[in-house]
Structures are given as structure tokens and as C-alpha cells.
Design a protein around this ligand. Sequence first.
Ligand SMILES: *Cc1c(COP(=O)(O)O)cnc(C)c1O
Length: 393
Amino acid sequence: MKNLYKYNLTDAELKIKKEISKLKSDAGSHSPSIQTLSQLISNLDIKVDACFLSNPFATELFMKYFKRQILDADRFQDLLEFYPSQNKVIAQYFSKTIGVDAKNIFVGNGAVEIIQAIIHRFTKKRMVIIIPTFSSFYEFALDKVDIKYFTLKKSENFRLNINEYINFVKETKPDTIVIINPNNPTGSYLLQKDLTKILNELSFVENIIIDESFIHFAFEDDLYSEVTIAKMLEDNENLYIIKSMSKDFGIAGIRAGYALMNQVKVESLLKNGYLWNSNGLAEYFFRLYGTPQFVDEYKLVRMRYIQETQRFVSDLASVPNIKVYPSFANFVLIELPDTISSELVSFILLIRYGIYVRNCVDKKGLDGNYLRIASRDQKGNKLIKQALTNLFE
Ligand SMILES: *Cc1c(COP(=O)(O)O)cnc(C)c1O
């Protein structure tokens, strides 16, 4: 009896499920935000948003500065009333922090705008995309572009098989390839040496796009030192490195991202627009990112969150009957038993436990029963583990 209730929805729950399904289909391949959900469905009590992938400690840090320097200093009006600085000026603010010359930085209204800008301008014929992945890369491609998919294998824990990939690209002859490192939604990570090997072997590809939006959650040493492939820019004119600030800084609403690329490419994009594409808040953020004190404090919250996340991932491994995939991102991909659909589990988690997760049924290249669960603070992560244990033990 108990088991039956576990996986059966009551009439009231079915009603909420219907409303949520409607919102989901309106949101296309992305998930409706927690604000949209709770505004439109009144009796939904969301306790943990584990769908959106952000560092909550970094949001707090940003708010601390924002309150002191803008709100309490009565400077908010300036951000709204005046034009923000131009793209090239904003690039200068944080060029030193990331150790890249400002002439190689293109600032975007979120990374999504940059993805669109790059593939619309530079991709001519054929693109190789590794799936499962962040959908904008294939959704925004122009109709004339032929997309070839390279599918990660479950039997390899969704790690990229480097030699097979290199051979595939050599045979397919695309003008553009995209690698997301760490990958969303699998969390799998390519070591810098492997990525370097790929860049060297595939140097004939005109546009090599590396999306490092989750790179701050990855590490290769015991000190959690930040990694990036940016040092390869100098010798690789075909390289584009895209970086969203939404997740690691917990500021998706501000819309801030940047891309690193050859100066000629930056000029080519700027010639066609993007002059004032950052708003006042984004400009404020990038200015902050250029100040050593903020950067030092950010390093601490980054480290704290990585530790919490890695603990969460290994904690989940003790939940019976689910498979947890290794992750170097701030979320974890889990596979559920065949007997119960991930869609139903995501509804039950939301309606009964107030936990919002990403059900992966619609993810191209991911067949089966998967959920993507973001890591939150200790309290939120505990609730997630308890709920999953209740459901699957
Ligand atoms: C979320 C995400 C983006 C988009 O980030 P925004 O800066 O919020 O537009 C880009 N790439 C990947 C891999 C993402 O997961």
C-alpha cells in the first residue's frame, strides 16, 4: 500500500501536475523559472530550487557588495538612468582578473547571446555537437547549417572518448565544433591535457568553441585551483572560449557573460552591433569582478561551494537503487530505476517535497530515466538526499 502511494498521484496532485506540464511546454527546451511556477501555481511550496544551476554563496557575496556600494550608497538610479559603458570598455574592467588582453574579450548579454552571435556569424556549413548538451548550440544554428551529432556513451559514464571524437571530426569535416567543459547535463570533465590534445589534432577546424560556463566548479589539484584553456588562445586563432557568469556567480538575472577570441573576430562581431549590450547591473558586476577584494572573497565562496558539492555528490551515491554519475560541475546526473519514469519522479519531488529538479526526458542524446540535480547549500542538499532516499529505498 505504502509503495502504491509513493508513486501514485492523488487527484489534487494530478491537477497541479497538469498546470506544471503546461508551463513546461510553454518554456520549450528550458525549464520554467521558480518565479513563474510559484506565481502561477498558488499551492506549490518550493523549498529547494535544484533545477537552476547556481552558486548560492556567490549570490550572497554579490548582494553584500551591491547593498553596500549601490543600494545603501543611493546609487541605484545611476545604473538605470545612464547608458552603460560600451562593450570594449567593460572588457577592460576584468581583463586583468582573467589574465587576457581586453582586445580578445567580447562581452555578452549572457552567454546565450554570445553563442548566437558566434554561430550566426562564423559557422558556415557544418557543425559537430556532442550530445547530450546545452540545447542552444543546435537550436540557434541557422537552417543552412548541417548539424552532426556525436553521442556520449552511457557505458563510458558519458565521458568523451577522445580518439573516437577526433576521428569523427576528421571524417565529418565540419567548420565548427563545440565542446562544453564540464558538460551540461552530464557533469563530465575533460582534463586540460586532453582538451589540448583535441585542439592540436583538430587545428584544421575553422571554429573551435569551448564553453567554460561551469569551469569554476572544476579543479585538477588539491588546492582547487581554477582551470581554463585560455592560455591556448594565442596559438589558436580558431579558438573561442565562452563563459557565462550566471552559474558560478549566481547572477543569472543580470545577464552577464563573455567570450575570448582572436582580436579580428571580436572586431568582426562589434562591427555588427553589441555596442551597449550590457545593462547597468551587468556593468556593475564586471567592474566588481575587476576588484581584487571581491575576487579574493569570491575565491573563498567558490571553494566552499565546490566542497559542499563534492560532498553532496558522494552522499547521493549511498541512496539505494539510483546511479550517480561523476561530476565536476555544480550538479549531478542521476539515473533512476527503469520501473518509474523520471517525469513522474520530478513531479513527486516538486509537489510533495518542494524540490525542483530538471527531468531530462527531452534531452537529445539521453535516452532513459535521468534527473539533473543542482547542488545547493548544506540544508537544501540534505533535503534532496532525504527525499530521494524516501522515494528509492
Ligand atoms: C546556462 C548556460 C549558458 C547560458 O548562460 P547565460 O550566461 O545565462 O546566458 C551557456 N552555456 C552553457 C553550457 C550553459 O549551461
